[in-house]
Design a protein around this ligand. Structure first.
Ligand SMILES: *Cc1c(COP(=O)(O)O)cnc(C)c1O
Length: 452
């Protein structure tokens, strides 16, 4: 790092403007409140996407359900719905309260996206949605489909022959590649997944086994995306899924909010300003947590409070929001390595498009050290017999950051969340991935976790 000139300013000048930077660049755990956070109605009208767009995406998912149920029999019981449950984790709540030495009022839940069918991670929302939308577009354009049809006809020889003429390409740290790769290959597309250097071996093997082509990069995530984009631009029959800015990915994630509303109602969990919902989301490039937050804000407005979590070595969205420079800043600019056990979050440069949409929606950010992720993994396995991949644990310190740090307490005060309201809170930790992790990798994670 050139200490004397980071985007035209000295490091000292940066720290003076944003004091949180001092600890961020030392890779310490930091809790930060977003000074641009606003009440939803202050900016709702200025958003370029709306609740109607989310409903349109949800309707598209519904049209595809008969096809999904046909192609992926594990979803047949749910009629091809790709959704996960919400699970209350009272033992983990009491263990964490002991561990952090502070009692958490309210109830702690996990959104079990690690159990999402087909891809086993939050990417089964956005990634699959984008592939389906492209397939629908092609089939409609070629007169093989009408939106009123039963979409299971897309599993037939005609549509498959059409899809075989097209390629789909994506750059990924792993899970997006899995979701795009599995869905695309199943429909008949030729699919190339450009993997960053951090991508886990088992993810590459799984992709090869379903017939996807894995292109290995020595570069990090942004490099893999740039290479993929370049390769796709050279060929008009190749569709590139752009994780750094894809409206379709974003909308696929946002649909989660409509589903959660129903799940909370079914579980008789009240959400309003006196019964706040806190949501803690692990963040990589930002599309997953950003899309979910966008949806939640549309549905619950100021009753929902969303916090994003990143590894201490990869606080990409954090730096983007803090400096206001979005995609123009990378963690390397501030001397951070972008090396973390949380491979799904190993992103050095945030999505600028997502950062700009969520700038006023995100309540705050915090960072988590790798050792802390392993400790949480061990606690979750012991308390609830639940395995998540390390990335998916990043959200877990969130509720305790609220009650256990000056910044957290300040947030509750600013929002008028007194003890009574806070006691009515529901805390939802987004479990972003893990069910497809092979046993030997889980056991290795478990062993590392137990040595820490
Ligand atoms: C991709 C991913 C995230 C974050 O999503 P982004 O869209 O990259 O911000 C979180 N957890 C896991 C396990 C992931 O694979």
């Amino acid at each position: 790092m050139d200490k004397q000139n980071i985007h035209g300013q000295t490091l000292e000048a940066w720290i003076e403007r944003h004091p949180a930077l001092e600890r961020i660049i030392r890779a310490e755990e930091v809790v930060w409140l977003n000074p641009k956070y606003r009440s939803f109605n202050d900016y709702k009208a200025s958003l370029s996407l709306s609740l109607e767009d989310i409903k349109e995406a949800a309707a598209r998912f519904r049209r595809f359900q008969p096809l999904i149920a046909t192609l992926f029999p594990e979803t047949a019981d749910d009629d091809g719905l790709i959704e996960s449950s919400i699970i209350q984790i009272p033992k983990m709540q009491s263990d964490l309260s002991k561990h952090y030495g502070v009692d958490l009022p309210g109830k702690l839940w996990v959104k079990a996206d690690h159990e999402l069918p087909i891809a086993g991670s939050i990417k089964a929302r956005g990634g699959i949605y984008e592939v389906l939308k492209f397939a629908e577009h092609l089939a409609l354009e070629h007169g093989l489909l009408q939106t009123s049809d039963d979409y299971s006809l897309l599993a037939g020889a005609g549509p498959c022959a059409l899809f075989q003429q097209y390629g789909i390409m994506v750059g990924s740290t792993g899970n997006l590649g899995l979701s795009i790769g599995i869905m695309s290959a199943k429909l008949g597309f030729n699919v190339d997944v450009h993997m960053s250097a951090d991508a886990k071996e088992w993810k590459k093997e799984t992709l090869r086994s379903v017939g996807a082509t894995v292109v290995q990069h020595t570069d990090d995530f942004s490099g893999a995306v740039a290479e993929g984009r370049k390769a796709a631009e050279a060929d008009s029959h190749v569709y590139f899924v752009d994780d750094e800015w894809s409206r379709d990915l974003f909308m696929g994630y946002a649909v989660a909010a409509l589903r959660i509303k129903k799940q909370l109602e079914t579980a008789r969990i009240q959400v309003d300003e006196a019964h706040p919902l806190f949501v803690y989301l692990p963040c990589g490039v930002g599309g997953g947590p950003g899309g979910v937050t966008f949806g939640l804000k549309q549905v619950f407005e100021d009753a929902v409070h969303c916090f994003f979590a990143e590894p201490t070595e990869s606080p990409a969205m954090f730096l983007g929001l803090l400096t206001g420079m979005h995609e123009k800043v990378s963690v390397g600019d501030f001397g951070l390595s972008n090396h973390t056990v949380a491979d799904g979050l190993a992103v050095g440069r945030p999505s600028g498009a997502v950062g700009k949409i969520i700038e006023k929606m995100v309540s705050g950010m915090y960072t988590v050290r790798d050792e802390h992720l392993y400790q949480l993994l061990r606690q979750l396995m012991d308390a609830e017999e639940m395995y998540l991949e390390p990335s998916a644990l990043a959200g877990f310190p969130g509720p305790y950051n609220l009650i256990g740090t000056a910044a957290g307490k300040e947030y509750l005060k600013q929002q008028g969340l007194d003890e009574e309201k806070f006691a009515n809170a529901t805390h939802l930790l987004w479990g972003t991935g893990g069910s497809m992790v092979p046993d030997d990798v889980r056991q290795a994670d478990d062993q590392i976790a137990r040595k820490k």
